[in-house]
Design a protein around this ligand. Structure first.
Ligand SMILES: Cc1cc2nc3c(=O)[nH]c(=O)nc-3n(C[C@H](O)[C@H](O)[C@H](O)COP(=O)(O)O)c2cc1C
Length: 177
């Protein structure tokens, strides 16, 4: 991503259970020339079978905060951190929310995307509230059933979104001068 002739350092951190959000994250990282990392929780069952489903439900219904497998990328060294998650019960997944609670995102510029099946509901608003010490970009990207929509549609929409983020970042840089 280029802003005012400077190559920005961009990081995409995401969680995906069944692969939909992963597909979007890969396209976003491509378009933004970003580093990409998938978040995982300690003790999270692999796959998408019954074991994983009950693990998910337990965390959602009991508001449990999963412990993350240590991440490789240090968000504090990036100009923009892009966070993506499936929508679960109207917000981001507990794993992504654990990342927000523990990552060095204060005073960082942060952008948000999600995949969903019915409606994203208040997911972005809820997560933006958690990021009260960051600058959350107002442009978000949400995908209804992205795998069914097809890769070319994901590519076009993510490229457009990254371009819009570039313009918004340029405006913010101008204001900071
Ligand atoms: C436990 C659970 C809760 C979900 N809650 C919602 C929801 O509130 N709204 C919605 O639109 N989709 C909901 N979904 C559907 C997922 O957001 C959707 O399938 C998403 O694309 C999955 O992304 P992934 O493949 O990256 O895991 C839910 C799925 C699961 C498993």
């Amino acid at each position: 991503m280029q802003v005012a002739g400077r190559q920005l350092k961009v990081l995409v951190m995401y969680y995906s259970s069944a692969g939909h959000t992963r597909t979007i994250a890969e396209q976003v990282a491509n378009a933004a020339q970003a580093d990409l990392e998938e978040l995982r929780a300690v003790g999270e069952p692999s796959g998408t079978g019954a074991g994983h489903y009950f693990w998910t439900l337990r965390h959602l219904l009991l508001s449990q905060k999963p412990l993350l497998v240590p991440v490789e990328h240090d968000a504090s060294t990036y100009d923009l951190v892009i966070l993506g998650s499936p929508v679960w019960l109207g917000t981001f997944s507990p794993v992504l929310r654990s990342y927000i609670r523990t990552a060095p995102l204060a005073r960082k510029r942060v952008a948000l995307f999600c995949s969903y099946r019915n409606a994203p509901g208040p997911a972005f608003k809820h997560v933006a509230r958690m990021l009260s010490t960051s600058t959350v970009m107002t442009d978000t990207l949400s995908f209804l059933d992205p795998v069914a929509a097809g890769l070319s549609s994901i590519t076009i929409r993510t490229q457009r979104w990254v371009h819009d983020l570039e313009l918004a970042m340029t405006a913010l840089e101008g204001r900071a001068l």
